[in-house]
Design a protein around this ligand. Structure first.
Ligand code: SAH
Ligand code: SF4
Length: 360
């Protein structure tokens, strides 16, 4: 039997092509997107302004299927974590973080990650496959369906779950387009963030193509240390990355900023020397308003040797950055009692990279 096309992955322009192939009028696109994204309808038979004939056609060739939810857990501090099944032995995780003035959904872009950053649980799991656009969008719809029942809403979407979004470009860019589309989620570009460990050529492409916010996982102020923590640095060292960041800042018509993420690992990258080198690096490359630092207390996971920096160390590190004029915040750890904190997302990955073949 012909596999039905999942329409959740279609951007506005792809929907237009889809309906044109069916000899339907272009206005069907707005109608169907509003049914799906504004009314939460996922059954073609409930789309009353579609003719019976069109509904039958859609039922025969297309679907609006969401991935299967394996579990949903609520942490003490209001964080919600979904484990979502994407085929045999492959689960991903999606996390909702409620804050006073917003609700952030942290979504995954890959099953696992091939980049093996040494402090990251996802990296430790190895890599299986990229997500399709409908699987990325599916995470947001699953969360939205649940949250709307509780009168909560998603105001921000961040690609900070499992995977490296810039190693899965087309599906991630299409998903971003759907997040920004007023006929779909209608989020502003400031509220959609791609977080990347710095895949330089992809970052340049993204800069031109998708007007979303950018977070860069820096984690070290020099190549020697970054080569160890973020091994992709050997391919795209800091200087190349900084040039690509500049490219991002100057592309597009609106004002742009970059958030630099820096995980705080005790006695590894948290010395005052490290803080001074980081300020020097960022002040050399960026105007004050365009770069911001977010210090992330390390979230431990079973296989790790690293420890979280002490609060006093983080505070001193932050002071050095502040004194040099760099806006710096420290991320509060949320959801760690259900393993939903940054970098604790392990999902379940049938590792195809066989990174741990010797160990398992
Ligand atoms: N691959 C992308 C996005 C997913 S990781 C990236 O690396 O940016 C999202 C963020 O969580 C990144 O900044 C990452 O460095 C951070 N992170 C990973 N493991 C962590 C851990 N154990 N504790 C705290 N932050 C972690
Ligand atoms: Fe992959 Fe990001 Fe984890 Fe590095 S930190 S292994 S890039 S998910």
């Amino acid at each position: 039997m012909l596999k039905k096309q999942n329409l959740l992955g279609l951007t506005q322009s792809k929907f237009k092509e889809f309906f044109s192939d069916l000899n339907e009028k272009p206005y069907r696109t707005k109608q169907i997107m509003q049914w799906i994204y504004h009314q939460g309808i996922n059954d073609f038979d409930d789309m009353h302004n579609f003719s019976k004939d069109l509904r039958q056609k859609l039922n025969a060739i297309a679907s609006l299927e969401l991935p299967e939810v394996i579990s949903m857990s609520n942490s003490r501090d209001g964080v919600i974590k979904w484990i979502i099944k994407l085929g045999e032995e492959n689960n991903i995780e999606t996390v909702y973080i409620p804050q006073k003035d917003r609700g952030t959904l942290c979504i995954s872009s890959q099953v696992g990650c091939s980049l093996a950053c040494t402090f990251c649980s996802t990296g430790y799991q190895g890599f299986n496959r990229n997500l399709a656009t409908h699987e990325i969008i599916g995470q947001v719809l699953i969360a939205q369906n649940h949250l709307s029942e509780e009168n909560m809403r998603i105001s921000n979407v961040v690609f900070m779950g499992m995977g490296e979004p810039l190693l899965n470009e087309s599906p991630v860019y299409d998903a971003c387009e759907i997040f920004l589309d007023d006929w779909a989620f209608g989020l502003s570009r400031r509220r959609v963030t791609v977080s990347s460990s710095g895949i330089v050529p992809a970052l340049m492409r993204m800069s031109d193509k998708v007007p979303v916010s950018l977070a860069i996982s820096l984690h070290a102020p020099n190549d020697k240390l970054r080569d160890i923590l973020v091994p992709i640095n050997k391919k795209y060292p800091i200087k190349e990355l900084m040039k690509a960041c500049h490219y991002y800042l100057n592309a597009g018509t609106q004002e742009r900023h970059i958030l630099f993420e820096y995980v705080m690992l005790e006695d590894v990258n948290d010395s005052l020397e490290n803080a001074k080198s980081l300020s020097k690096l960022l002040n050399f490359w960026f105007e004050q308003e365009s770069a911001k630092v977010n210090l992330i207390p390390f979230n431990p996971f079973p296989e790790t040797q690293y420890k979280t920096s002490k609060n006093t160390t983080i505070q001193k590190f932050q002071d050095v950055l502040h004194r040099s004029g760099i806006r710096t915040t420290t991320r509060r750890t949320r959801g760690d009692d259900v393993d939903a904190a940054c970098g604790q997302l392990a999902g379940k990955v049938l590792d195809k990279s066989r990174r741990h073949a010797g160990r398992n």
